[in-house]
Every structure is written in C-alpha cells, then in structure tokens.
Design a protein around this ligand. Structure first.
Ligand SMILES: Nc1nc2c(c(=O)[nH]1)N[C@H]1C(S)=C(S)[C@@H](COP(=O)(O)O)O[C@H]1N2
Ligand SMILES: [Mo]
Length: 407
C-alpha cells in the first residue's frame, strides 16, 4: 500500500476548541493588542494564542474562527509558517476532529465511475508540488474608503506556502470525466449552523479544473495541513483568490451544467469592470464570479508610523506577488510616488509564490515621508496609484503607503 510521504497523525483534534462555549468565555487569550491602520481613527484588535496549531494571531472573530497574520511574520521569510497562517471559515460547524483512517474523498457526478478515495489512495497518485499565495478576496478590506461591511482585515488574510499533493486532473482522470462536463464543484466537511443556510461550495470550469496546476494538497510547507487550514485535504487553485481553495475537501462533483448555487451566483461576485472598480453607491453594473488575483506588494520591515533615522540611507524590504503570474519588477518610492527606484528581487520560488525584494532609499530629510511600493507582473499588470472600490471590499490592489517619521 502506498504511504504518505509526510508524517500524518492518525487523527487530528482541535483540543480546547469547545465550539459551544468559546464565544461566551472571557477573552483569556487576550495576550496583547495590535493597532490596525484604519481610516477614521485607530482600531484595536486582540492578539490570540488560543487556537490549536496556531501561534500568535490577530483575532478577527472567534466563531467561526477568523485569524489574521501579523505583518512582521511576512518579514521573516518568503513562506508563511503554518502556525502563523491566516484562518477563515464561513460557518461555525467545523469538525473538531477528522479521522485520517476513515476519511474518504468522493468523486462523483458526470463521471464514468464514482470513486471513494482514502488518503492512501490519494498518496498513490503522482505527487505534485507548487508554491502559491493563498489570499482572501477581502484581504485588506479594512483599508477600504468609504468603509465596507465584512471582516475588517488589514493585509494579513494572505499567506504563501509550498503545497504538496496531487493534481486534480489526475483524480478526475481516474474517475473518467464524461463528455459534456461543464464545471467541477467542491465541498468540504464543514456545514452551516442552521439547515436553511447554504453549505459552502465552490466550482471551477472543467478546463480550469484539468489544467494540471489546480491540485488537492495534503501537505503545506512539508507538514500535514493544520486542521484550521483544512486537514486532511484542501483544494489549491494557484493564482486565484482563496474562496476557491475549499478546505477539508470531501466531495468533488463533476457537473454537466453551470453551478447555480449561492456561493457562485450570489456571493463572491465582483463588478465586471476594470479592477472590479465602481463608484460608491453605483448600481446596475453586471457582476461575475471573482477569479484571478492581481499584483500586490507590501513593505514588511517597517510598520506604519515607524521612526527612522534622518540623513542616512534607509533599507526597506518586503514581499510582492504578481497575482495570476510572476513578478517582473518591484519599485519603491521615498516620496509618495513622485520618484521611483528599482528594488532587487529575491529568489524566485515559482510563478505563484511571494517574491522578496529589498532596496536602499537615499537619506531622508527630517519629517514625515510616505514610502510606497509597486509591483509589475510578468503579464505587465501594474498596481494602480489610486484605490479601487467595490461594495464587498474585494481585490484591493492599490499601491500601499507606509508613512514613516525621520528624525
Ligand atoms: N470548507 C471551506 N473551505 C474554505 C472556506 C470555508 O468556509 N469552508 N473559506 C474559503 C475562504 S473565503 C478563504 S479566504 C480560505 C481561507 O483559507 P485558510 O483558512 O487556510 O487561510 O478558505 C476557503 N476555503
Ligand atoms: Mo476569503
């Protein structure tokens, strides 16, 4: 029998994660707080170390858990450690344990033969590995102006990992997709809290599902997935927003029609305009399901309002990613975007990975300066200098600013 090439616990437990009680208890996890640079005044977020498999995280919500990665984690390396990787779930009914022995992945629908695959069956398929950024559609929603409803994330609902598993194409081929297939729908073990609410499911077009990059991952950065990041299996859709990266994946359903359910037809839709940009209050524009990511970049060695030395060169560094392709160039500006200079790029870990960059800025005069960073993707897409806006706070891509005070 083939074996997983990773240390796989027989079962993984969310210890102390009493889904019934945790929200009612006093915030014993209040280990500190962090300030979110939100317009309209400072906002505090609690830091928590209370979640299984997770180190210190910014607590956005307890039930279901929404945990944000603090900025300084992105400064530590090109890959985001599993215990600091952000967490987002839609419904609070997440299994608190999954038995790896009993677990089965169903492959069904418009296929020649339906499959029920054990983890060993999956590990027996050719192994596939890719580095890819997992970014929530609403990453940095908390920075939208005017403000929009939804989780008020800063830039920490993203992370970069090396994903190991199997190609979705190989799994679909073993089931034999029948002609006339249109989409593939993915469902996980989590369920809505009330029956009437729609179970979280997402679909990809059949050609995308079979492109040889979309994969089912059983490992993340060389270890099994943390339960909160989808143990034992999750979908990885390189270059696409993580709403499609279905966690605790248990059901793959080939459809001979277009998926009409809530999470495709109503939720996670963007204006069908350049940059998903509309005016606040605008109505009547067509929408499409959110899809490919766009380029972004971030300074990671300086928090907003950092004090720096005047009269001496300033070293800056950070991370960039091209979105649905690689990073062609990163530039930094010491003066709010009037002048730009090239940054040098770190090791290329692959098309869909974070890319580190660094640059030495000329000596700053005493006073306040707006540092900016801008990424150009290998497809030639450039981050805009003006913010885009839409009512869901999706796809933030504007050039970010880090104000610093030199003295
Ligand atoms: N089963 C399941 N998968 C899911 C979700 C969910 O609610 N349930 N949320 C999606 C969304 S919107 C995001 S942003 C990512 C978050 O992935 P992470 O928690 O591993 O960081 O999971 C995606 N996959
Ligand atoms: Mo998300």
């Amino acid at each position: 029998m083939p074996h997983l090439h990773i240390p796989l616990n027989r079962r993984i437990l969310l210890r102390g994660f009493g889904l019934g009680g945790i929200a009612a208890t006093a915030p014993a996890w209040a280990a500190g707080s962090v300030r979110l640079p939100l317009p309209g005044g400072p906002e505090e977020r609690t830091l928590t170390t209370n979640f299984p498999g997770k180190g210190q995280m910014i607590l956005q919500r307890t039930r279901p858990p929404l945990l944000e990665t603090p900025l300084e984690v992105f400064d530590q390396g090109v890959f985001t450690p599993n215990d600091r990787f952000f967490v987002r779930w839609h419904w609070a009914s997440i299994p608190t344990e999954v038995d790896a022995q009993d677990f089965r992945l169903k492959v069904r629908g418009h296929v020649g033969r339906e499959l029920s695959l054990s983890l060993d069956d999956i590990a027996g398929l050719p192994r596939f590995e890719i580095a890819a950024v997992n970014q929530c559609s609403g990453n940095a929603r908390g920075l939208f102006e005017p403000r929009v409803v939804g989780a008020q994330w800063a830039n920490g609902s993203m992370g970069n990992a090396r994903w190991t598993g199997v190609r979705l194409k190989d799994v679909l081929d073993s089931a034999g997709v029948k002609s006339g297939a249109v989409q593939v729908r993915f469902n996980g073990l989590d369920e809505p809290v009330v029956d009437e609410a729609p179970d979280f499911k997402k679909s990809l077009d059949i050609d995308h599902a079979r492109d040889g990059e979309v994969m089912i991952a059983y490992a993340m950065n060389g270890e099994q997935l943390p339960l909160l990041n989808g143990f034992p299996l999750r979908l990885v859709v390189p270059g696409w927003y993580s709403t499609y990266w279905v966690k605790m994946l248990s059901d793959v359903e080939v459809l001979d029609y277009e998926d009409e359910q809530f999470w495709m037809k109503t939720a996670y839709r963007i204006p069908d305009t350049a940059g998903a940009n509309v005016l606040p209050g605008e109505k009547g524009y067509p929408t499409i399901p959110i899809n490919r990511m766009v380029p972004r970049s971030l300074l990671t060695n300086l928090p907003a309002e950092a004090s720096v030395r005047a009269g001496a060169p300033l070293d800056v560094r950070g991370i960039a990613f091209g979105g649905d392709c690689g990073v062609k160039a990163v530039e930094v500006s010491p003066d709010g975007g009037r002048n730009w200079m090239p940054a040098s790029l770190g090791t290329d870990e692959g098309t869909y990975s974070f890319r580190r960059f660094e640059a030495r800025l000329p000596a700053l005069a005493p006073g306040r300066h707006d540092l900016k960073v801008r990424c150009t993707s290998t497809k030639g897409a450039v981050q805009p200098l003006e913010p885009t806006w839409n009512p869901n706070g999706f796809m933030r891509s504007v050039v970010e600013t880090t104000p610093v005070i030199a003295s």
